[in-house]
Design a protein around this ligand. Structure first.
Ligand SMILES: Nc1ncnc2c1ncn2[C@@H]1O[C@H](COP(=O)(O)OP(=O)(O)OP(=O)(O)O)[C@@H](O)[C@H]1O
Length: 216
């Protein structure tokens, strides 16, 4: 589903990723731990094809993503949903409109039914007409996931999705991801700064340290 080969990334003279290789299978659940500033967001943006690595190869669904045309790359990007660390809901659109927009930008018209269904899957029925500021942090998170899911991606990548959640909410959030992954055969990759979390069954646990990624 996703392969990284000897990825290097740097900003100016600061090397952030230094030879990261990884192979994630279809439908795999993966959690990447790393301290703040270790390069998790850089790695996740590279996986989502939002950032080109300085060195190395990114292969998504069998295609080498930076050796193909921009049009083909755009098509690949359409199969990956990325949820950034700071949720970017559009504040003057309703919850429903926020989710529908994800379909519209992909050229899918009249996506209201699909958007409502995605909100229902995420357990936020009844909030469709609210504005994002009228939601709790956890509810905003769910809207962001609904928006990421509505386009039926093969891969969902979420940057520190549990950073605003308490332990109970965080654990039900992981259960939700597990259900979504098995219902939709979707690979999921999340990052966290919590280095000492207990391992979670069904998840491949990795740690990003000093520019290298290794299995825990
Ligand atoms: N656009 C940029 N220009 C310059 N330096 C950057 C840029 N983006 C990230 N960095 C630097 O690269 C390093 C890794 O940043 P990154 O955001 O990938 O880490 P992170 O592990 O996601 O951190 P956090 O958990 O705090 O979000 C940091 O030292 C950061 O300051």
């Amino acid at each position: 589903m996703l392969r990284l080969k000897e990825i290097e990334a740097w900003y100016g003279d600061r090397i952030v990723l230094n030879g990261v290789s990884l192979s994630a299978d279809e439908g795999e659940l993966m959690r990447i731990r790393g301290r703040s500033g270790s390069g998790k967001s850089t790695l996740l943006r590279i996986m989502s094809l939002l950032q080109k690595p300085n060195v190395g190869e990114v292969e998504v669904l069998g295609k080498s993503a930076w050796s193909i045309s921009e049009g083909e790359r755009e098509e690949l990007r359409g199969k990956i949903s990325y949820i950034p660390q700071f949720l970017e809901l559009i504040e003057n659109l309703t919850v429903l409109e926020n989710v529908q927009l994800a379909l519209e930008v992909r050229g899918i018209e009249n996506g209201e039914d699909r958007a409502r269904e995605a909100l229902e899957v995420l357990g936020i029925r009844g909030f469709e007409e609210r504005l994002p500021r009228e939601l709790s942090g956890g509810q905003r998170q769910r809207v962001a996931i609904a928006r990421a899911l509505v386009s039926s991606p093969k891969i969902l990548i979420a940057d520190e999705p549990t950073s605003f959640l308490d332990d109970i909410a965080s654990s039900s959030f992981y259960r939700l991801l597990e259900e979504l992954s098995s219902s939709f055969k979707m690979g999921i990759i999340v990052s966290t700064t919590e280095l000492n979390l207990p391992k979670r069954s069904g998840w491949r646990e990795m740690i990003l340290e000093k520019g290298s990624l290794r299995e825990l």
